[in-house]
Ligand binder design. Structure first.
Ligand SMILES: [Mg+2]
Length: 161
């Protein structure tokens, strides 16, 4: 079986500025450098996935349909810059539900592995919370904690593209 490497991106705080429960297109502000960063991985043959907890859905702040609209906008903005997002995985649950999908569970990463034949050992996860790093570690993916745009360069330098 031919496997692909993947770059897994958390959404809020990595792709867009995390203002808390962002779901409107006009409030979705891309983080500086994210497009070039993702493009470098695409050019190196990585598939790109978004892995995001969206408890705002269970909280009733926005609907799955709202989330899908903003996701479609986000994916198109990447595509305009030459970056295909293979799939955006999301967990709509509330933290106390202890669902299977919510990070720090590795479930969404394992789903991507199964659906897209991903070689997790040679894949990378970038997230801004410890729950991201834990999910990545539990999936056996090399994980980087992201704080700001200057980290993109560090991650690229340490990813052996
Ligand atoms: Mg985040």
């Amino acid at each position: 079986m031919i496997q692909s490497k993947a770059l897994f991106l958390d959404r809020d705080g990595v792709i867009n500025i995390d203002d808390g429960y962002v779901y409107k297109i006009d409030e979705f502000k891309f983080i500086s450098g994210i497009f070039d960063f993702a493009l470098k991985f695409r050019k190196a043959g990585y598939k790109i996935f978004v892995i995001t907890n969206q408890s705002g859905i269970a909280r009733g702040y926005y609907t799955v349909e709202d989330f899908r609209k903003v996701t479609s906008f986000m994916e198109k903005e990447f595509l305009k810059r030459g970056v295909t997002i293979s799939k955006t995985y999301f967990c709509p649950c509330l933290p106390p539900e202890e669902c299977l999908c919510r990070k720090p569970n590795p479930y969404m990463l394992l789903q991507a592995r199964d659906e897209f034949q991903i070689d997790l050992e040679n894949s990378i996860f970038v997230g801004d919370k410890s729950s991201d790093i834990e999910a990545g570690n539990r999936a056996g993916v090399k994980s980087f904690l992201f704080k700001n745009s200057s980290d993109f360069e560090f991650i690229l330098d340490n990813s052996l593209l």
